[in-house]
Write a protein that binds this ligand. Structure first.
Ligand code: UT7
Length: 324
């Protein structure tokens, strides 16, 4: 008996930004980007593709796949760090857009871990009330939160949205467990300022703009170790061996982080779903986009053990295991 995925969906912007085009914006090159990150292209949002609009389209696709009406949703949570407004939340805009009139809705700020933190929440709510249906979305337009002169960051990220509808199943399928962490002590390694305060007393002295800032090498080291620990801790707690896992859907940060992780975990690479080459790092959207693509490609079979892991600003990280 557990919390199952009833349907998945994704939506990415039309516009593709290739590495070759990036060469015209900043001092970089295709070979460097491919070899250091595995990224070949990313999607960049245009008119009518705000975070909530991409999220709403992904949500509508997930609802259609689940054969669930928007009015059946009791809770709508959206992981994002790139809303077009600070208030209301993007989740409230999505609620209006899709007509989820019976849901209460709010955003989760957990950077790249936003979707998995939302999934954990969905599981806990549904365990408490099995009649509830929860829509969890991860959506970002980080293209609007990048310093396009900073080659350390602007080559990495992309825009998009993914969504999943969760509900209760009386079968033996569903969420087996989650292992979630944060460490605010390491915030300086990956962060984004808020708009400058209008209260002079609260102005942050080194506010250099509301864009992503990162110590890439440090993030890299922490990301690999943290995701490994989260996965190993979860599997040990649930007494499940890594060999038993059928599919791994990791946060699509970059190929070198993932190769390191795969090697340390000892997972055959053919079990790991990757799409980072097409979309770059879409932060909170990366796992649900990958999940929707894996689902659409028929890679997830009933009874499969599907493992997720994420790492992002905060730091936030975690792992989740679902019997599909
Ligand atoms: O969700 C988590 C989000 N964050 C991440 O996933 C990022 C994790 N970090 C990384 O993936 C890697 O640290 C990067 C891909 C960001 C950078 O790779 P690196 O191997 O750690 O490179 P580096 O920062 O140590 O830089 C090596 C060289 C430097 O030149 P010098 O000083 O050796 O002459 C950089 O200036 O590469 C240079 N460089 C670039 N060259 C061409 C840095 N960015 C670029 C670039 N194009 N875009």
């Amino acid at each position: 008996m557990g919390t199952v995925v009833l349907g998945t969906g994704a939506c990415v912007p039309e516009r593709i930004l290739t590495n070759a085009e990036l060469e015209t914006i900043v001092d970089t090159n295709d070979e460097w980007i491919r070899s250091r990150t595995g990224i070949e292209a990313r999607r960049i949002a245009g008119h009518g593709e705000q975070t909530f609009q991409l999220a709403a389209r992904a949500a509508e696709r997930a609802l259609a796949a689940a054969e669930v009406g928007a009015e059946e949703i009791g809770l709508l949570v959206l992981g994002t760090v790139s809303s077009h407004m600070l208030m209301p939340s993007s989740a409230c805009f999505v609620q209006k857009e899709i007509g989820a009139v019976n849901a209460f809705a709010y955003d989760i700020n957990a950077a790249c871990s936003g979707f998995l933190f939302g999934l954990d929440l969905a599981d806990k709510y549904i365990r408490a009330d099995p009649t509830m249906k929860v829509l969890v979305i991860g959506a970002e337009t980080l293209s609007g939160r990048l310093n396009w002169q900073d080659r350390n960051t602007c080559i990495l990220f992309g825009d998009g949205a993914g969504a999943a509808v969760f509900g209760h199943s009386a079968s033996d399928r569903g969420v087996i467990g989650s292992n979630m962490f944060s460490d605010g002590g390491l915030w300086r390694l990956l962060y984004m300022h808020a708009p400058v305060s209008t209260n002079p007393e609260l102005v942050v002295p080194d506010n250099s703009g509301a864009h992503v800032q990162m110590e890439g090498r440090e993030v890299f080291k922490h990301a690999v170790r943290a995701m490994e620990d989260a996965v190993c801790g979860l599997l040990a707690r649930e007494k499940i061996s890594i060999e038993a896992i059928d599919v791994v859907i990791p946060h699509q940060a970059n190929i070198r982080i993932l190769s390191n992780l795969i090697e340390r975990l000892g997972v055959p690479s053919e079990k790991v779903f990757l799409n980072v080459s097409k979309y770059g790092n879409t932060s909170a959207a990366s796992i649900p986009i990958a999940l929707a693509e894996a689902d659409e490609q028929g890679l997830l079979h009933r009874g499969d053990l599907v493992l997720f892991c994420s790492f992002g600003g905060g730091f936030t990280w975690g792992a989740t295991l679902i019997k599909w």
